[in-house]
Write a new protein. Structure first.
Length: 168
């Protein structure tokens, strides 16, 4: 998933594309054909397919829970959270584990890419043409050479979880 406008630490492209500003690092994930970025400092782990236990009466976006080295992790189906259709092909996908308020969440995505460093001055607010549901969970975008990198706001993406805990 290389992209020539992305600055990857240690790559030959880093110096050629340094626009003189600081950079931001994101773990990239693909859902459908769209690339999303999650701030690297929020990421705890990247997982392959996991056995997920369903949770009765949980919202549809909550796929269930899994055990990660003795800790219970809530698995969130990001595809459903973003209002996308279910995958047509039965592919177990991957997960990006994030820490939110001391709780671990597994964000289920189709594929995890690489860590991209992008120039901070290339950041743009959400365009009006971005899907309204995505805008709700996005901090903004970076226009890369071949892709649009939509930056996910993990706090807003997981906001419904707080109300689920209070209700339960």
């Amino acid at each position: 998933m290389s992209d020539k406008n992305a600055l990857v630490p240690g790559s030959d492209r880093s110096t050629a594309l340094d626009l003189g500003g600081s950079t931001k690092d994101f773990v990239t994930a693909t859902i459908g054909k769209q690339m999303f970025g999650i701030p690297v400092l929020t990421v705890q782990d990247v997982l392959g397919p996991q056995r997920i236990t369903r949770i009765p009466l949980a919202p549809p976006e909550v796929a269930g829970s899994l055990n990660l080295r003795g800790r219970i992790v809530t698995a969130i189906d990001v595809r459903k959270r973003l209002g996308l259709r279910n995958k047509e092909v039965e592919d177990p996908g991957m997960s990006i584990v994030v820490d939110q308020g001391g709780e671990l969440y597994s964000l289920m995505v189709d594929q995890v890419g690489e860590v991209l460093s992008v120039p901070q001055n290339a950041f743009e607010r959400n365009p009006a043409t971005l899907d309204p549901r995505w805008r709700e969970f996005s901090d903004g975008i970076f226009r890369l050479e071949k892709n649009l990198l939509v930056i996910l706001d993990v706090t807003r993406l997981l906001d419904f979880a707080g109300s689920v805990k209070q209700a339960g």
